[in-house]
Design a binder for this molecule. Structure first.
Ligand code: ZN
Ligand code: ZN
Length: 416
């Protein structure tokens, strides 16, 4: 599979000009053996540093890209945070011109952040189909405990060897599937925000994302059978999701209420108990089930008018107490210009039939749950270390981790 992403660059019918950094993605069995060929074709020259985790270093043993410097990170407790990036920046030789990430999501986020800091080029070699961040222009970081997306560099090319990807631990592809499943509720949130506030929406980007999501759902039987083509499909969807975010310039097409659920669990507010960690896509997969279920409950109501309330500002004291000293300031700053403020009861009432149609157009919570069950993936809050009794708390506070309009945030104006 070969993706020529230059076709997504340039003027679009949405009125904007989309700018792509990523020129191409190769998704094929054994393509890492041809690494030099692709580097030459896209004229990516200069001194290289290849960044690995210990697992990916072993997995790519017979086909590691040639590099003047290699950094291999210990995967134990490894996160894309202020510590790991400081370590890589201190090790990185000063005249390195290209960082080659060979690994999964965390290695990519560390590499793209460091490439941005140094102002150098970045090439991606994913070794697992675990997250959609490979092509992203931003890095998903945990910065002093706060979940943040920080400016980073997108890869110029992606070389995804499905022979390695297929052999990665099974929970990693499950995580990738969970990250793509999230695109349905994310799309619904984006369409609803567009409807209510006129927030920018590009139909082309939305459709690329929708196609990626459908590709993944269709690949599930093949994943269960261990077929290379199905792994290529999931990898393709993850790459396309990154391309959609690049076209957009932010994560809006890929991330809605389900991601906010995942982010809040990761951040660990003071008054919220998480018993054990889970992978990003495991949390967004469960987040999709939880968000879809709540959205179905709300949109089961045909006439919402009696349940609507006027906009009220965020209760700062309550939010501070919930998130605790470590996170409160960042959360309040994030929500300073509450994106819910322009939404009125009247507009919400008028657009409710259309909101119901949008929610009805995505797969149901039951469908998501059934697919996750078939895969043997995590599908309940208990599975990802959160007590089901805390569902209400999760729904109430999770929209606040990101000032982005979702139906979950709009829920503040619906007493149901
Ligand atoms: Zn567009
Ligand atoms: Zn994600």
């Amino acid at each position: 599979m070969f993706v020529d992403s230059s076709v997504y660059s340039g003027r679009c019918s949405c009125g904007r000009e989309h700018r792509m950094v990523t020129k191409a993605a190769v998704i094929e069995s054994g393509c890492l053996f041809d690494f030099e060929k692709y580097m030459a074709r896209y004229q990516i020259t200069g001194k290289r540093c290849a960044l690995y985790g210990e697992h990916s270093y072993a997995a790519a043993a017979d086909r590691r890209p040639k590099a003047e410097q290699e950094i291999v990170l210990d995967p134990n407790g490894l996160h894309a945070d202020e510590n790991s990036t400081a370590k890589v920046l201190s090790l990185l030789e000063p005249d390195v011109e290209v960082i080659v990430a060979v690994g999964s999501g965390t290695i990519h986020d560390i590499a793209r952040f460091c490439a941005h800091e140094r102002g150098i080029r970045f090439v991606s070699c994913p070794t697992a189909a675990s997250v959609d961040g490979f092509c992203s222009t931003v890095a998903a970081m945990t910065w002093y405990g706060y979940k943040k997306t920080l400016p980073a560099v997108a890869p110029e090319i992606v070389i995804a060897d499905t022979e390695i990807i297929r052999k990665a631990p099974f929970e990693l592809v499950l995580s990738g599937i969970g990250d793509i499943m999230a695109k349905y509720t994310a799309r619904a949130d984006w369409e609803i925000a567009h409807l209510l506030t006129g927030e920018y929406l590009c139909v082309r980007i939305r459709d690329i994302m929708a196609d990626a999501a459908d590709t993944v759902l269709a690949s599930i039987p093949g994943i269960l059978a261990g077929e290379d083509a199905a792994y290529a499909d999931v990898t393709y969807a993850l790459v396309m999701s990154g391309i959609a975010m690049q076209m957009m310039g932010n994560s809006r097409p890929a991330s809605g209420a389900e991601h906010h659920i995942s982010h809040m669990i990761e951040m660990g507010p003071e008054r919220f108990d998480v018993r054990f960690p889970a992978l990003h896509g495991e949390k967004t997969g469960v987040g999709s089930v939880v968000a879809a279920r709540e959205y179905e409950r709300l949109t089961a109501v045909e006439d919402i008018t009696p349940y609507l309330t006027d906009y009220t500002p965020i209760d700062e004291a309550d939010v501070s107490a919930f998130f605790g000293e470590k996170l409160a300031d960042a959360i309040l700053t994030e929500n300073k210009e509450d994106c819910l403020r322009p939404v009125t009861k009247e507009v919400l009432g008028d657009t409710w039939p259309e909101i119901r149609r949008i929610i009805a157009s995505i797969p149901s919570a039951e469908t998501f749950c059934g697919l996750l069950e078939k895969l043997g993936a995590k599908r309940t809050l208990e599975d990802i270390g959160v007590a089901s009794a805390d569902t209400g708390t999760l729904l109430k506070y999770s929209p606040l981790v990101r000032n982005r309009l979702t139906l979950m945030r709009i829920r503040r104006m619906i007493k149901l």
